[in-house]
Design a protein around this ligand. Structure first.
Ligand code: CUA
Length: 357
């Protein structure tokens, strides 16, 4: 990130950046064209139709056909130009809102005033994010305190990071390099210092970096020990505890739709897991009693994410809740029978078949 002499735009380093810049250029050109046109006409008409001597102005014919045509034309053309903005913007918005199913999952927790990042493989970092180039990356974001906003100008993506909720942001970095991370939501005195760096690495460098790891095991493994530590395993059937008990069996549940006591349905996703751990009485699965105690105050946001990863690892694989289970990812093989595998690694293993070879 050497200082550039003069740069109007940040570097474009993601697959969506070109489209965002294209739309931006269109907005600027349309605005500039009409600003100049109107400014010119104001001056031109002021001069051309200025009052000369004692000349009496001619009355305007309100019913002239020419006036009607003019009004229709100057309504239809701007309408069309604005609808192009709307359609183009909406299409980019939809693309940016829907992470591809086989994205690499990374967890980001915002906190006054830092970014804490966890990789499913176990590596953790603060204010730094290491990712491989040319892979779809899906960030799962949440906040420990106030609203933050994860912004990487070079990727042209920006997402609010909210306390008590999971949001997602995805991008596909296309160039190896280091890029700024900003917090784009005023979050207190050191908001401007809540910055960091994304390191986009080639596949080999990334694997080497990842292998250096944390030594604490994958997020799913850490989640599993948390699951046992907190006593979840005494009720919920899981890898260790296969009997179906007083509480729902969590095996193979992730990404599915579950029926609740009141007859409504809910998708079993990250947010539902989080809500069920903190507010277990709010959405009870049909056929079960309201017996689960709350774990609010007993578990951190980071811990919750580990539990989420563990429950994801119980299958049925890398289904991306919220984005349909019509994924292009084949069902993960026998994830429920052995030791839990970090889901993202499985996705990575599948990747070269599709793309790199
Ligand atoms: Cu966090 Cu501003």
């Amino acid at each position: 990130m050497e200082p550039k002499s003069f740069q109007l735009f940040p570097e474009a380093a993601s697959s969506i950046a070109g489209q965002v810049d294209g739309l931006y250029a269109y907005l600027v050109l349309v605005s500039a064209f009409f600003s100049l046109l109107i400014a010119f006409l104001v001056v031109f008409f002021a001069v051309k139709y200025r009052r000369r001597g004692n000349e009496v102005p001619r009355p305007v014919d309100e019913h002239s056909i020419g006036g009607m045509v003019l009004e229709i034309v100057w309504s239809i053309i701007p309408l069309g130009l604005s609808l192009i903005m709307f359609a183009w913007g909406a299409s980019i918005f939809f693309t940016e809102s829907r992470p591809p199913a086989d994205s690499l999952n990374i967890y980001v927790t915002g906190k006054q005033w830092m970014w804490k990042i966890q990789h499913t493989e176990g590596a953790r970092e603060i204010n730094e994010l290491h990712i491989p180039v040319n892979r779809d990356i899906r960030l799962n974001l949440t906040s420990e305190d106030v609203i933050h906003d994860f912004y990487v100008p070079a990727f042209r993506t920006k997402t609010d990071v909210l306390p008590g909720r999971y949001t997602t942001e995805w991008f596909r970095p296309t160039r190896v390099g280091a890029y700024h991370i900003f917090c784009a939501e005023y979050c207190g005195t050191k908001h401007s210092g809540m910055i960091g760096t994304v390191y986009v690495m080639n596949e080999q460098d990334y694997d080497a970096w990842l292998a250096a790891g944390s030594g604490e095991g994958s997020m799913a493994e850490q989640g599993e020990s948390l699951f046992n530590q907190l006593g979840c395993a005494t009720c919920h059937a899981s890898v260790l505890n296969k009997q179906t008990g007083r509480c729902p069996n969590l095996n193979g549940l992730f990404g599915s739709t579950v029926e609740l006591k009141d007859g409504s349905k809910v998708r079993f996703d990250e947010s539902y897991i989080r809500e069920s751990v903190l507010y277990p009485q709010s959405k009870i699965v049909a056929g079960y009693d309201d017996i689960m105690p709350t774990f609010k105050g007993l578990i951190s946001e980071d811990g919750l994410l580990k539990l989420v990863e563990y429950i994801k690892s119980l299958g049925p694989g890398q289904g991306e809740p919220g984005y349909g289970s019509q994924t292009s990812v084949p069902p993960a093989p026998t994830q429920t029978s052995g030791t839990p595998q970090p889901p993202a690694r499985a996705g990575r293993a599948a990747q070269p078949k599709a793309g790199n070879q």
